[in-house]
Design a protein around this ligand. Structure first.
Ligand SMILES: Cc1cc2nc3c(=O)[nH]c(=O)nc-3n(C[C@H](O)[C@H](O)[C@H](O)COP(=O)(O)OP(=O)(O)OC[C@H]3O[C@@H](n4cnc5c(N)ncnc54)[C@H](O)[C@@H]3O)c2cc1C
Length: 363
């Protein structure tokens, strides 16, 4: 007998949707063309807001193998500005993508989700389930099949990623701004650091982006690197994310630029929303809620892309943020969905020396 819902794509969003639906009693079958551990270029940095979203799915961000993150540092030209996460939001976390995927797979298995790996879906007609969830990523075919490809806006950039076998030097996500794009560094393990780079320049690769970032290249000198891997990231909003018995989730449903660090957190929140909507047998609940969920991240993404397009504006902004740390803290609070008015005591800059990575790790 067919399950209640078929989920095309067993990446983070597909698994999150499967878990959320199982929790509400739906029977669920997931189909993915690949087999775990499924990896993908990713900054691997999770903002504090990811923790409550994962908790809804029965997972604890702080228990995933990784490194706690306490804030974000922007570095560019002669400027370096830091904002720490507000205390009440808790820590973020740097987690290898494969570790996250393994934890989601284990949770889905525990709940009794049918997991069909090495199982590409080539048409919707092949799926007899009542509901179809397209969780098949940025190039979604389900989106095409359901004629949901119409966009309100769309801006694509190119992303690269590698891992470095070296001890993390900070508990912050460092975003280095250069003439050709941004590189961001996330500690993901005791002896491992993730390096992701983003550019809007077609044909530009990681080495060229790094060549414009002398502080970072000095830091990385001599570190053994894995091969770099590429993927696209897009700031994209669809006109609709549901049609008939089909709903899209994660990157298939539109996306925020990778620099926001919000793609996965959004997908986890969408998963819970989708399950609530299907429980109410009303996809319009998801349609409306989906739009509202992405609004803040889309706004911050647009701001970041503005700086990406103008190196001069980026330099001036970084110098301003360095000179006015409460401003950067307020921006971060806005990004995290907090009211900006009451100045929190965390608005003050934290000296780099104030926290050693080792001292900050979970017991
Ligand atoms: C360089 C870069 C850095 C990023 N950094 C961050 C970050 O720091 N933090 C963050 O939160 N987000 C980040 N993102 C965004 C994040 O990676 C995505 O939002 C996330 O991968 C979306 O997950 P998904 O499950 O929707 O799609 P995907 O991870 O792409 O999964 C889609 C799955 O569908 C499967 N599939 C596709 N077609 C079919 C088919 N026809 N049949 C069966 N299976 C199919 C694929 O095999 C795949 O497993 C970054 C992205 C890039 C490119």
């Amino acid at each position: 007998m067919p399950a209640d819902a078929a989920i095309v794509g067993g990446g983070p969003s597909g698994l999150a949707a499967a878990i959320a639906l199982r929790i509400r009693g739906f029977s669920v079958a997931v189909y993915d063309a690949r087999r775990p551990p499924i990896d993908k270029p990713c900054g691997e940095g999770f903002l504090p807001g990811t923790a409550p979203a994962l908790r809804e799915l029965g997972l604890e961000l702080g228990s995933l193998p990784g490194i706690p993150l306490r804030g974000i540092r922007f570095i560019g030209g002669h400027s370096s500005a830091v904002a720490v996460f507000p205390v009440r939001q808790g820590e973020g976390r740097g987690v290898r993508r494969t570790e996250l995927h393994a934890a989601l797979v284990a949770r889905a298995e525990d709940l009794g989700v049918q997991l069909n790996w090495d199982h590409p879906v080539s048409s919707m007609e092949a799926l007899a389930e009542r509901w179809i969830v397209g969780a098949d990523g940025i190039q979604s075919r389900v989106r095409q099949w359901a004629h949901l490809g119409c966009t309100e806006y769309d801006s694509v950039r190119f992303g690269f990623q590698r891992h470095l076998a070296m001890a993390p030097w900070s508990n912050e996500v460092e975003v280095h701004w250069g003439a050709l794009g941004q590189a961001y560094v996330t500690p993901v393990g005791e002896g491992e650091v993730g390096l992701a780079a983003l550019t809007h320049h077609h044909g530009v690769r990681l080495p060229e982006i790094l060549a414009e970032l002398p502080q970072l290249t000095a830091r990385l000198r001599g570190a053994p690197l894995t091969a770099d891997r590429g993927a696209i990231t897009a700031r994209r909003r669809l006109r609709r994310v549901t049609s008939g018995r089909v709903a899209l989730i994660g990157d298939a449903s539109g996306s925020v630029d990778a620099i926001t660090g919000e793609g996965l957190s959004l997908a986890f929140r969408q998963a819970t929303l989708l399950a609530t909507a299907l429980q109410a047998n009303d996809l319009e609940v998801y349609e409306i809620g989906h739009r509202a969920l992405a609004r803040r991240a889309q706004f911050m993404g647009a701001l970041m892309l503005l700086l990406d397009r103008s190196p001069l504006l980026a330099r001036v902004t970084l110098a301003t943020l360095q000179a006015a740390p409460p401003l950067f803290a307020a921006m971060l609070r806005l990004h995290l969905g907090e009211a900006t008015s009451p100045p929190s005591r965390t608005a003050q800059p934290a000296g780099r020396e104030a926290s050693s990575v080792r001292a900050k790790q979970s017991p």
